[in-house]
Write a protein that binds this ligand. Structure first.
Ligand code: NAD
Length: 486
């Protein structure tokens, strides 16, 4: 099996009209060891400007490509992901600091995103409508937007890119894609290589790794009609402001601070297992992580004890070791942020039940009890392996606590009663809610996204992808002109 990351062509290069040498590069490191792995090209503002021109020129021919031919490219890309799963896993483990299980999650879902998107190529794309005008036929079609800008974060860099790339391309758009510089291979080079080998015309997809300067250039490029942004709420606000000023469509999928609610009738050991998974998967660096554990007072002591036992048994270390559950934190800045939030929460009166310490680049799975509103671990998105536990006395209080932050991404509810779960779910302000489960769930055909400071109501998945990556166009056909006023 050949390698997708072929150093000669893909190192210090950007993918824009094929592989081209970049004027600068960034060292890609193995997050657990700090070892250098690769030199990835970084795109400049000029690269973005040239890519935008090229994408604009290429898009009409791509939109006019027969739908079965567009679909065939996406199916081939899905097959290539499967075929290169071992190489992709190698990069996910080293570059993102994820376990093999995390790699499997990204690979499976990225492939499913492609197959789902391929099916959109031949799906119905509009309506015929009655007309108030004699002799007129009305129809409305979903048409591609043109050039779409896609900006993604580092935590699930392949999957979060593919959930936007696959539908944007399937529906006839050209794409300027800006991956994060922490993970330019898993989130950029590998994707460029997959689409290249699948036969996507080179100018239809431009892969332009870089930092905020490159990202801002993508948002501002006049040829870009829509921005699909996944990242923090702070950066999303900036992207939204620019998009508003420039009158561009924008899809913002932002941070979360998700409630995992455990009611008094819950199976506590099962809830603690679920809570541990939701809090600690990929070191808690998940927008949908169970980040506030709201537990009924009558079961709180048992829950905290069981959750701490789960946390303590998790092995921390290099994720290339198959016995490891918890890998490294992505970078020093993020590790410092996790430590600061835990330390300041404890200083404000919370208790560390287990964990609470770093051994760079790792942070031990941590359970904090006696957390209350106003403390940093309650208010802020931690993005680390930390489970703050907050006690409540009534369902009303649980709902009030869950809804108390600015975020509204997802929630989980553990209860012995589905009807109680549904009743609480109906009162939570989130884009997603899971009864009898923790907070991290992703199925590529389901509309996924948040409300409040977690997003502006955009969704990824299934029918939502058509709404996001196309726009309505009204066509009329007049059989015979009648009744013009003059
Ligand atoms: P970030 O906002 O720092 O960066 C995200 C992307 O934006 C990166 O590619 C970055 O280079 C780019 N960027 C930075 N400044 C920019 C600017 N001024 N203009 C345009 N682009 C710019 O986020 P992060 O730290 O990489 O990712 C973690 C955050 O992402 C967390 O808040 C997490 O909750 C969120 N996230 C949300 C979802 C979701 O679906 N809601 C999924 C994953 C991650």
């Amino acid at each position: 099996m050949y390698q997708l990351v072929d150093g000669d062509r893909t190192a210090r290069a950007i993918y824009s009209g094929g592989w081209r040498p970049a004027t600068s590069s960034v060292e890609v490191t193995e997050k657990a060891t700090g070892k250098a792995l690769f030199d990835a090209g970084v795109a400049t503002r000029d690269d973005v400007a040239a890519a935008a021109e090229s994408a604009l020129a290429a898009q009409p021919a791509w939109a006019a490509t027969l739908p079965q031919d567009r679909a065939a490219i996406l199916y081939r890309a899905a097959d290539l992901i499967q075929r290169h799963a071992e190489e992709i896993t190698w990069w996910v483990q080293r570059e993102t600091g994820g376990t093999a299980m995390k790699a499997g999650f990204e690979i499976f879902n990225a492939g499913t995103e492609l197959r789902q998107a391929a099916a959109l190529c031949l799906a119905a794309d509009g309506h015929t409508l009655p007309s108030t005008v004699p002799g007129r036929t009305n129809f409305a079609r979903r048409v591609p937007l043109g050039v779409v800008g896609i900006i993604t974060p580092w935590n699930f860099p392949m999957l979060l890119a593919m959930r936007a790339l696959a539908p944007a391309l399937a529906l006839g758009n050209a794409v300027l894609f800006k991956p994060d510089v922490n993970t330019p291979v898993t989130g950029g080079v590998l994707l460029a290589r997959i689409f290249e080998d699948a036969g996507l015309p080179a100018d239809v997809l431009h892969v332009l790794p870089g930092d905020g300067v490159t990202g801002a250039a993508v948002v501002e490029a006049p040829q870009v009609r829509m921005i699909s942004f996944t990242g923090s709420t702070a950066t999303g606000r900036l992207v939204g402001q620019t998009a508003g000023r420039l009158l561009k469509k924008v899809q913002l999928e932002l941070g979360g601070n998700n409630a995992f609610i455990v009611l008094d009738d819950a199976d506590v050991p099962a809830a603690a297992k679920a809570g541990a998974w939701g809090a600690f998967f990929h070191q808690g660096q998940v927008c949908m992580a169970a980040s506030r554990h709201l537990v009924h007072r009558s079961v709180a002591e048992d829950y905290i004890e069981a959750l701490a036992a789960e946390a303590s048994r998790l092995k921390v270390g290099d994720p290339t070791d198959p016995t490891v559950h918890i890998g490294p934190i992505i970078n020093e800045r993020q590790l410092a942020k996790v430590s600061d939030i835990v330390d300041s929460t404890v200083a404000a009166g919370a208790r560390t039940v287990t964990g609470g310490t770093a051994n760079a680049p790792f942070y031990r799975p941590t359970v904090l009890s006696e957390v209350t509103p106003g403390m940093p671990a309650f208010e802020e998105e931690i993005f680390g392996p930390v489970a703050p536990v907050v006690v409540f006395d009534s369902e009303e209080e649980a709902v009030e606590l869950a809804n108390r932050t600015e975020y509204g991404l997802t929630a989980g509810i553990y209860t012995g009663s589905t009807s109680r779960g549904l009743s609480i779910a109906g009162r939570l302000r989130t884009g997603m809610v899971h009864i009898g489960d923790q907070t991290i769930n992703d199925e590529p055909h389901i509309p996924l996204g948040g409300t409040g400071s977690s997003g502006t109501g955009g969704r990824f998945g299934g029918v939502a992808n058509v709404e996001e990556f196309t726009e309505w166009r009204w066509f009329t056909v007049q059989e015979q002109q009648t009744g013009l006023p003059y």
